[in-house]
Design a protein around this ligand. Structure first.
Ligand SMILES: CC/C=C\C/C=C\C/C=C\C/C=C/C(=O)SCCNC(=O)CCNC(=O)[C@H](O)C(C)(C)COP(=O)(O)OP(=O)(O)OC[C@H]1O[C@@H](n2cnc3c(N)ncnc32)[C@H](O)[C@@H]1OP(=O)(O)O
Length: 291
């Protein structure tokens, strides 16, 4: 026993002295790599932040990415950033929308966290006093379209990408707050037509109905247009801007503040339905087969 104790003491001394050596630090950092960041933030000299979704291959929105996006927005608010440009690291997809794997055969607790994180991050983006622009450099179906719609201005790379709330095509109904965002952008009539058909719009079609504000031919142009949009607010008194944005977006903000719990319950009840689970499984299979 005494020998074991002595050995343990020797080992403890050895490891505690090892703890500070470069070799130990290298070994430790190799054994515990930091998880890759799913959202990166770059602030330029003018104080404008480019927030890049970086979850290959398609930036599907899982709890981790949504959480990071929410934290990034809060940090940028605390740092008095002058503008946020939301874009993607992919060359062909802005975001494929909600991560279907978060909804397929889920654990109840995970599903609840997923939806609550989506609600909170959406509200942070939708109501932030910072000017927001989506530089949409790829396809933006469903939840991807929602993120773009939550920004104040949308510049999209065309002509080959598509955008829209395609939920009815998947046999589901977009939540009310998704619909409010679409109505905000294109008006009730166009929103009704788009949502009932679950239409995915080409860039040109999206421009025609006001779903996007500008079509450009590459990401660099999209970022330049986004910067131009943000720059105009340098001359506008910030308090007046903030109060106007908050007021004009009141319907969506109030909806989420008053209905978050009911919205969560409706989502949880719906997703676990056997027919929805079966549909999600088939959809995932179909995406694999279409490769
Ligand atoms: C469907 C929800 C049902 C019930 C929930 C109830 C209520 C929900 C309330 C809210 C509304 C839902 C909102 C949503 O956002 S649902 C998600 C809708 N998104 C889509 O339909 C887009 C699907 N993806 C695509 O169309 C294409 O992937 C895309 C055009 C974006 C890109 O095409 P590309 O050819 O470049 O890539 P793929 O080969 O198709 O995909 C690569 C890889 O990624 C996987 N993938 C794609 N999209 C998703 C996704 N949304 N979630 C998880 N995984 C996704 C795809 O399977 C491939 O995987 P692998 O084969 O393993 O490489």
């Amino acid at each position: 026993m005494a020998v074991v104790c002595r050995n343990l003491r020797a080992f403890a001394q050895k490891t505690s002295s090892l703890r500070c050596t470069p070799n130990f630090l290298r070994l430790y950092s190799q054994s515990k790599p930091a998880p890759p960041k799913l959202v990166t933030v770059d602030v330029d000299k003018a104080g404008v932040a480019t927030v890049t979704l970086d979850r290959p291959p398609v930036n599907s929105l899982n709890t981790g990415l949504l959480e990071e996006l929410g934290v990034a927005i809060k940090d940028l608010e605390a740092n008095k950033t002058r503008g946020i440009i939301l874009t993607s690291s992919s060359n062909s997809v802005f975001s494929a929308g909600l991560d279907i794997l978060e909804m397929y055969e889920p654990k109840k607790q995970n599903l609840s966290l997923f939806w609550t994180t989506l609600q909170n991050t959406w509200l942070s983006l939708y109501r932030t006093s910072i000017p927001t622009v989506a530089a949409i450099n790829g396809h933006a179906p469903a939840g991807g379209c929602l993120l773009a719609l939550s920004c104040e201005y949308r510049v999209m790379v065309g002509p080959k990408f598509t955008i829209g709330l395609n939920e009815t095509q998947l046999g589901i109904v977009a939540p009310q707050w998704f619909m409010i965002c679409m109505k905000d952008a294109v008006g009730r009539r166009q929103a009704e037509m788009a949502l009932t058909a679950g239409k995915m719009f080409s860039t040109q079609e999206a421009l025609n109905i006001g779903l996007i504000d500008k079509m450009v031919s590459n990401k660099e142009e999209a970022i330049a247009e986004a910067q131009k949009f943000i720059a105009q607010f340098a001359k506008i008194p910030p308090l007046a801007r903030r109060m106007t944005k908050e007021s004009i977006r009141q319907e969506g903000i109030k909806y989420m503040e008053e209905n978050a719990i009911d919205d969560l319950k409706a989502f949880m009840d719906l997703v676990v339905q056997p027919n929805i689970q079966k549909g999600l499984g088939m959809y995932l299979e179909a995406m694999k087969k279409s490769k």
